[in-house]
Design a protein around this ligand. Structure first.
Ligand SMILES: Nc1ncnc2c1ncn2[C@@H]1O[C@H](COP(=O)(O)OP(=O)(O)OP(=O)(O)O)[C@@H](O)[C@H]1O
Length: 839
């Protein structure tokens, strides 16, 4: 038998750490946003005695300070104190100091912690300051102490005078103290430990001190208290001591990036364009054009340079400056064509021999022909000034390829006996070859004339400037013998947004590759130290896609925009354009709305001085018995049989007003078929109008299209019904009105369509028939009005609402029965004709 040593029972206070530690760890999981992986579970020794006061801990970062009573003795200005200040305003609950002093794991259940958080949230404390998640017990304790908060003091000093209110507050504080003391007594009575009682007393003595110090600052009442408060404020401003505890890692504050993409993010040349006001005009002679040339230009109708020309010409005409490429974003009809044609022709006219020096790429054949006319005017202007007569050719696929080849390329015999020997050798080899690939080469050679003895045949360009569609250009690069871009020093891409768009791009790769070839001296500019290829890129609706522009490999580019347009963003309409919208109540009656518009005074000529130039339409039609009218246009009405026409006449003359169309109108439909159909329907419904109607579609032969445009320019035709074919670039002289019979597919399409009028500073009017189902889209996307308005179109005024047809008051709000019946008859006839056409 032996006696076993039984160690003396440890004091309760010594056991606490285990519990605290456990609780601490559990608390680490409690607050949202914290990770238990954070190494905070540090052993915190229990307070040993009154002689060793626990260190002052900043409230903000002490997780387990439920265990400590000391921290409360030292107030600070942390936001937790502000929180306690808020809580203090609530009715104080009965405190349970025992829970504060003796933390028991069972008391700090997750449920309680949750409640604690909820209370805090209810006080709207910023979450970041609550990351330590003080327990409910602790906050209750703080409620009793928070009057010591300097933050609160400041508020109190600001808000509460020293008078009865302050006294009342003092009373309340005393009451609270009394409550605490009594509860403390109860606690100590329960535990019966003197040591604990001593500790509590020391704590509450400190609290009492704090309470005294926290009295409203009023020198008259207690100047010392005010001084102390000041001192505490200063202290609070000092850095917090953390006593070995690392600050809790806070999640990175979420910074919401509200910055918008601005033009500063664009390359400088795009962000800072050269701006020019629409009204700017300047004599050509002031722009470096000789008086002789300017005179010729004036005789062609170009008296002064238009705004865009005043900005572009100095960049492109020869100068001592370092000149780079030029990008032009200017409205339809602003004169972009002459802006590049003049400097290009001026430069090339200084050459002595003809070589392909300039390429102008355009998306349609009609535009190629139009630009050719502008080029010829410039050629005339510069050849008279002693320069070379620049030769302009076209390649657009309207001719057989071989014919086109012979127009742009020629042959020359050159004496070269060695070369002639090589030629003979090659011929011998090719005759013996059976390889199909080489046969192609053999064929190719057959396209070249036989050389004279001791001579070789050189391929030479017959043109200085080639205006072309992209497809045809690539075809010549690949298939035309001797066709080379080695000497090209001008590349113009007009309607660039279209030509750079997806699906159109292959041409650019082929061309830029050829243009990157450097033959010494081949691309030298005459009378200048400059060499290389100058690129000019233009559009009324310039692409915002920088990656597409990058494909052009621009060198030191400058952007020119007309004032009012935002670089790279908006699409500006001509300032002289007026826009109106017509509500179509019954979409099946839409042609009647158009007819009423055409017959109304609304379509009067837009410019008074043009009235004389446009004779009475009836007189015109009756006198236009020459064959020109029919042959010039592809009128669907003129194509139809006389018998049919007469029948229609008898059924429709009663429903149309006598026709007097002095102005010119271009009507846009959504497709070729729609254009042909509408044109014919109008002719049936209004025989007076029929001789004045023309149709322009992509299915029409190019020659017939050109004839129609000529007849329109001469005034023999007054109304053109077209598909989107002519929406880009086409320059119809003195066009008064554009009618969007069908809504365009995009804002860009709208810009180009309506831009056929109001050109070159002239007035113009655009009309859009808007069906009920299209109204939202039209007003939002095109007019930029109403809910969710979003348009990049920049315009001077607003789109005006106009009533015609069924909206016309004289019609009583709907079409009369007679008109509807006649319309139905016309539709039947159209159907019949279509059926006959198919057979
Ligand atoms: N300096 C000028 N003086 C008088 N008329 C001019 C001048 N410059 C251009 N014009 C005329 O202005 C009209 C529009 O010019 P142009 O076709 O070059 O416009 P644009 O800007 O290319 O239009 P779009 O973008 O629709 O192709 C043409 O009829 C042209 O002859």
């Amino acid at each position: 038998m032996y006696s076993r040593y039984i160690p003396p029972q440890k004091e309760k206070a010594v056991e606490a750490p285990a519990l605290r530690d456990q609780e601490f760890k559990s608390q680490l999981h409690a607050p949202s946003g914290f990770s238990s992986a954070q190494p905070y579970a540090r052993y915190i020794p229990p307070p040993k005695s009154k002689a060793e006061p626990a260190p002052v801990q900043p409230v903000k970062i002490v997780f387990g300070d439920d265990d400590f009573v000391a921290p409360v003795a030292k107030p600070n200005t942390s936001r937790d104190d502000e929180l306690t200040g808020k809580i203090e305003e609530k009715k104080p609950k009965k405190s349970k100091p025992v829970a504060v002093e003796e933390p028991k794991p069972v008391e700090d259940t997750p449920k309680k912690r949750k409640k604690s958080r909820t209370e805090v949230a209810g006080d709207e404390e910023p979450k970041n300051d609550l990351k330590d998640t003080t327990s409910k017990k602790r906050r209750k304790k703080e409620k009793d102490q928070d009057v010591a908060s300097p933050a609160m003091k400041v508020v109190a000093a600001d808000k509460e005078p020293a008078s009865p209110k302050a006294k009342k507050a003092k009373k309340e504080k005393k009451k609270k103290k009394k409550q605490k003391d009594s509860s403390l007594e109860a606690t100590t009575g329960e535990d019966g430990t003197d040591e604990l009682r001593k500790r509590h007393r020391s704590v509450f003595e400190k609290v009492h001190k704090s309470l005294t110090a926290n009295k409203p600052v009023d020198p008259t009442e207690d100047g010392a208290a005010a001084q102390e408060a000041d001192a505490e404020e200063e202290e609070a401003a000092e850095p917090e001591e953390i006593h070995g505890l690392e600050p809790i890692p806070q999640p990175e504050p979420v910074i919401f990036d509200e910055s918008k993409l601005t033009y500063e993010t664009l390359p400088p040349w795009l962000a800072s364009p050269i701006r020019v006001t629409d009204e700017t005009r300047c004599p050509f002679t002031d722009m470096g054009i000789s008086p002789e040339s300017a005179k010729v230009l004036e005789s062609k109708g170009f008296k002064d340079a238009f705004a865009v020309q005043t900005a572009v010409l100095p960049l492109l005409l020869p100068s001592a400056d370092r000149q780079g490429d030029v990008v032009v974003a200017a409205p339809t009809g602003s004169g972009k064509t002459l802006a590049y044609v003049l400097p290009m022709v001026h430069d090339i006219s200084q050459d002595l021999v003809t070589k392909l020096r300039g390429i102008i790429v355009l998306p349609t054949r009609d535009l190629v022909q139009q630009v050719q006319v502008a080029c010829e005017a410039s050629v005339a202007a510069f050849s008279i000034a002693g320069g070379k007569r620049v030769v302009v050719g076209t390649a657009m696929g309207n001719k057989v390829f071989k014919e086109e080849q012979s127009i742009i390329m020629g042959e020359e015999q050159r004496y070269d006996p060695a070369g002639y020997e090589r030629y003979l050798e090659k011929q011998r080899k090719l005759v013996n070859l059976e390889d199909s690939d080489d046969e192609a080469e053999f064929d190719l050679d057959l396209n070249t004339s036989r050389p004279l003895p001791q001579h070789v045949v050189d391929h030479v360009s017959k043109v200085d400037i080639l205006i072309c569609t992209p497809g045809r250009l690539v075809e010549h690069i690949n298939k035309t013998p001797g066709f080379t871009l080695d000497y090209v020093r001008w590349l113009v891409v007009d309607e660039a947004d279209k030509l750079l768009a997806q699906g159109f791009q292959q041409w650019l790769d082929a061309v830029t590759e050829k243009l990157s070839a450097q033959k010494p001296g081949a691309r030298d500019f005459p009378g200048s130290n400059k060499t290389g290829v100058r690129k000019v890129i233009l559009s009324a609706t310039m692409t915002r896609d920088l990656s597409l522009l990058n494909g052009l490999k621009l060198s030191r580019p400058r952007l020119v925009v007309l004032e009012g347009a935002k670089a790279g963003e908006s699409q500006t309409l001509p300032g002289t354009l007026k826009e109106s919208a017509i509500k179509v109540r019954e979409s099946s009656h839409k042609p009647l709305y158009l007819l009423d518009l055409l017959n109304s005074e609304l379509l009067a000529p837009v410019q008074k001085d043009e009235d004389e130039a446009m004779p009475d339409a009836n007189a015109e039609s009756s006198s236009s018995d020459d064959s020109d009218s029919d042959s010039d246009s592809d009128l669907s009405s003129s194509d139809s049989g006389a018998e049919t026409h007469d029948t229609t006449k008898s059924s429709t003359t009663t429903i149309t007003k006598p026709h007097k169309l002095y102005s010119t109108v271009l009507v846009f439909t959504k497709s070729n078929e729609a254009a042909l159909r509408l044109s014919r329907l109008l002719a049936i419904l209004s025989p007076d109008l029929a001789p004045l109607l023309g149709t322009l579609t992509s299915s029409t032969k190019t020659s017939k299209r050109a004839a129609t445009l000529r007849a329109f320019a001469r005034g023999k035709l007054r109304v053109l019904v077209a598909s989107d074919l002519v929406s880009r670039g086409i320059d119809l002289a003195n066009l008064d009105h554009v009618v969007n019979y069908d809504l365009p597919i995009s804002e860009t399409s709208y810009i180009h369509r309506v831009g056929r009028t109001a050109r070159a500073g002239r007035a113009g009017h655009a009309w859009t028939l808007v069906e009920h189902a299209e109204a939202r889209r039209f007003w939002r996307d095109f007019a930029g009005e109403g809910k969710g308005a979003a348009t990049t179109i920049v315009r001077n005024g607003k789109v005006e609402r106009v009533g015609v047809g069924a909206d016309d008051k004289t019609e009583g709000g709907k079409f009369g029965e007679d008109r509807v019946r006649a319309y139905e008859l016309a539709l039947e006839q159209l159907k019949k004709e279509a059926g006959e056409g198919r057979r």
